[in-house]
Design a protein around this ligand. Structure first.
Ligand SMILES: Cc1cc2nc3c(=O)[nH]c(=O)nc-3n(C[C@H](O)[C@H](O)[C@H](O)COP(=O)(O)OP(=O)(O)OC[C@H]3O[C@@H](n4cnc5c(N)ncnc54)[C@H](O)[C@@H]3O)c2cc1C
Length: 500
């Protein structure tokens, strides 16, 4: 029922003492927003058992986070409704708080922590969360632990090294991952036999009323002052929707993932990234499902640790290809965010060779220039790019292959490569449901050279950064239906004839 959280996943900040006789163990849920497959929840349950105190789960949502909007807030609140139902069934106290205006929730964590034996928090290495966690630790008068529930590789196990390539990170995983794959967070932590009956102090509830799940997500979000746009996307958030998507993917698309992931129509991609981003499902749970479905032998890797992409899981090609994305590529971003000093989402953070070649070509003439607003309005002369941006703006998602092309074209249109990096993050993190994530850092900076190598021939603007163009994409992929769906009737005809 319960799983013992590995010590390598626990980071204890300021060494304040545990207060064994306080009212409850507090789990402050901020990124692993789920009720199972969650090391933080397992760790909180461990403390409940050890101290014989009940559990209180506190899940807040701010109003003033960067790029706050109805789209992202509604996705989070969808998840809160699922969590409320699961905790209610289990008889575990759950306190969802949705901040109505920026700053209204200030002091709430401290007020709850004042009655806590110990605070367990989610460890997350990107967005405003590291700063928030550090500030909370500094102010906490009780022991606070950060727990890493992000992936199958404990991110702090390699925090002394930012891997420069996927192959070098994969080699590390091939050497060390197997015993860790066998240790899984609990799939049913709420069934643990821990004391029930934690109560949110009355004066806390009076000042910071809990969100009422019966009102529904949209009504709850409407009571906040987050901007109404980008508006809610059609994709529902929450654990229930995330698990349904995982089921559908594993039963139908996983088997053809290696061949059809890049298809724009009928893509075999999982669509799981928003659920992974908001923590509604766990990377570990997705991996476990794929391994178990394919009866992968977890005693040892199938191949020596060479860093090579295929063959180490001893799974069918679809599963091998998917595991490489959801483990190697996804967790490479967590490694980058936790291991590198300072920011890793800027032009300055790119590898030396990439910066140098982009700087050298920064003076090249840009035949076509746009402002950020033109891009935001999908008002470029490239119909495919406009369609991709329109999909992002309306649905909050974009196909992976087009995402690569999308970022590369921004480089051609922005006045300087550093501005292109800024614009790509601005558009991605404002509109994408899965934005503001370590993977946003991986994906966008990859387009500008990180984790890649120089490619010839040297070209204007790109230098030796890997080149992609809409013309080549038309040749490679059938985008006719995509253009029909996301291209407005007034769009000019494509510059290059679509395939077929
Ligand atoms: C310019 C650009 C920006 C990107 N921004 C984001 C972002 O904000 N958030 C985000 O989660 N991903 C981002 N990616 C990576 C990738 O595009 C998405 O993870 C993927 O398209 C999500 O769709 P999916 O869940 O169907 O992926 P699937 O193909 O089903 O893959 C499963 C999971 O593996 C991981 N994954 C897949 N591809 C990559 C990749 N290239 N890099 C890192 N992890 C990967 C994701 O967690 C994904 O959910 C970006 C890529 C590019 C080129």
């Amino acid at each position: 029922m319960t799983a013992r959280c590995p010590h390598e996943r626990i980071l204890t900040g300021a060494r304040a003492a545990v207060r064994a006789d306080a009212d409850y163990v507090l789990y402050w849920m901020t990124s692993a927003r789920r009720t199972a497959w969650n090391w933080s929840l397992d760790r909180a349950v461990e403390w409940c058992v050890e101290l014989n105190r009940p559990l209180l789960v506190f899940e807040p949502l701010r109003a003033g986070y960067p790029w706050a909007c109805a789209r992202h807030s509604a996705f989070v609140v969808d998840g809160m409704l699922d969590n409320a139902a699961a905790f209610r069934t289990a008889g575990i106290a759950y306190y969802p708080y949705v901040e109505p205006t920026h700053g209204a929730g200030r002091g709430l964590l401290e007020a709850l922590a004042a009655h806590a034996c110990v605070v367990v928090a989610d460890d997350y290495p990107h967005f405003f969360l590291p700063r928030m966690l550090e500030a909370a630790e500094a102010r906490s008068g009780v022991r606070m632990e950060r727990v890493d529930s992000n992936g199958v590789h404990p991110m702090r196990a390699t925090s002394d090294r930012a891997f420069a390539t996927a192959a070098s990170f994969r080699r590390e995983l091939q050497r060390t991952l197997w015993p860790r794959l066998r240790s899984r967070p609990s799939s049913e932590p709420l069934a643990a036999s821990v004391a029930r009956g934690a109560v949110v102090p009355g004066h806390v509830l009076a000042r910071w009323p809990a969100a009422d799940p019966r009102r529904g997500a949209d009504a709850i979000v409407a009571t906040t002052d987050v901007p109404e746009t980008p508006a809610r996307a059609s994709m529902r958030g929450g654990r229930v929707a995330g698990l349904a998507r995982l089921d559908a993917f594993v039963s139908t698309d996983l088997v053809r993932y290696d061949t059809d992931r890049n298809e724009v129509d009928g893509s075999a991609a999982s669509g799981l990234s928003p659920y992974l981003h908001f923590g509604h499902i766990a990377g570990a749970e997705v991996v476990a499902r794929v391994l178990d479905t394919n009866a992968v032998d977890l005693r040892a890797p199938a191949a020596p640790a060479t860093g090579s992409r295929a063959g180490w899981w001893s799974a069918p090609p679809g599963a091998e290809a998917f595991l490489d994305q959801v483990v190697t590529w996804r967790e490479l971003g967590f490694n980058r965010c936790v291991a590198s000093e300072g920011r890793n989402d800027t032009f300055e953070s790119l590898p030396d060779w990439a910066r140098a070649t982009l700087e050298r070509h920064a003076v090249d003439e840009r035949p076509v220039r746009y402002e950020l607003g033109d891009l935001e309005r999908s008002a470029t002369d490239d119909p495919l790019w406009n369609a991709a941006q329109r999909q992002l703006a309306t649905e909050g998602v974009m196909h992976n292959y087009l995402r690569m092309l999308w970022a590369k074209r921004i480089l051609e249109w922005a006045p300087h490569p550093a501005t292109a990096v800024e614009w790509a993050f601005e558009l991605n993190d404002r509109y994408a449901l899965d934005g503001r994530d370590p993977n946003s850092v991986t994906g966008i900076t990859w387009a500008f050279g990180r984790y890649d190598r120089p490619w010839g021939p040297e070209r204007p603007i790109f230098g030796t950064i890997r080149y992609m163009s809409s013309a080549n994409t038309y040749r490679k992929l059938d985008v006719r239906e995509y253009l029909r769906r996301y291209g407005p009737p007034v769009d000019p005809l494509p510059l290059f004839a679509p395939r077929g």
